[in-house]
Design a protein around this ligand. Structure first.
Ligand SMILES: O=C(O)c1ccccc1N[C@@H]1O[C@H](COP(=O)(O)O)[C@@H](O)[C@H]1O
Length: 221
């Protein structure tokens, strides 16, 4: 299973996350006013640092601007893109046409998957993975609002792609998701808030504990 930690902003973050066991590291571009939004130079520098440490950088974005996204991946050599907003299947198709690995986020609000009617269209467009994230009210992302394990299990059953879980995940709540983590489609987790200390800095012990608790009973790849 994959552990993705999201929102690195410094090379020191990459060092800490790589050492603590992150497989994928999320770098934000096209997240206006986001707490971890990077300018282009910082994005390229952190993408290089991530690859140098043998980890996979992931461009995390709300942008629907396909040209802009292609420019960003071309400039940085990043090949994974996480579409965290309400991008359409056409955006997924356009990125897949360039050979990128595309993770499409499905938003869970009040027990419902907002994009459920579009799941087949995203699959036909070539989405490689889905990522379930819980919304708090109208807010997208880093809500620290825990995903509902039963809703996650029902969406995982409904899709035909590997699934990452996100939304308020920590080492402490791993046990509540055992039914999902045993599912054939479960691919891993994505964490932002739960990997940080009270000052908002990444915490290596928290990341190690996340890896330890979330891999209990999950067959090795
Ligand atoms: O946090 C945001 O504002 C955000 C904006 C745009 C894209 C992603 C964002 N956050 C992502 O939300 C998940 C879950 O975070 P958490 O563990 O609940 O804090 C994670 O991928 C964040 O990077």
């Amino acid at each position: 299973m994959l552990i993705k930690i999201c929102g690195a902003t410094r090379v020191a973050d990459i060092d800490l996350l790589a050492e603590a066991g992150a497989d994928l590291i999320g770098l934000w571009s096209g997240v206006p006013d986001g707490h971890a939004q990077l300018d282009d130079d910082a994005f390229d520098r952190l993408a290089r640092a991530t690859r140098k440490r043998g980890r996979t950088p992931v461009l995390v974005t709300l942008s629907r601007d396909v040209r802009g996204l292609l420019a960003r991946v071309a400039g940085s050599g990043v090949s994974w893109v996480q579409l965290h907003g309400y991008q359409t299947p056409a955006t997924v198709r356009a990125l897949k046409a360039r050979g990128l690995t595309v993770v499409k986020v499905l938003h869970i609000r009040d027990g419902q998957c907002l994009e459920r009617p579009l799941i087949n269209a995203y699959q036909r467009a070539g989405a490689d993975l889905f990522l379930l994230d819980s919304m708090a009210g109208g807010r997208i992302g880093s809500t620290a609002h825990r995903l509902d394990p039963e809703v996650a299990a029902s969406v995982v059953e409904a899709v035909d792609r590997p699934v990452l879980l996100a939304g308020g995940l920590t080492a402490r709540n791993a046990g509540q998701f055992r039914a999902v983590t045993r599912a054939h489609r479960f691919a891993g987790i994505d964490v932002d808030s739960g990997a940080r200390d009270e000052r908002g800095r990444f915490d290596a012990d928290a990341v190690r504990a996340i890896r330890r608790e979330w891999t209990v009973g999950v067959p090795a790849a």
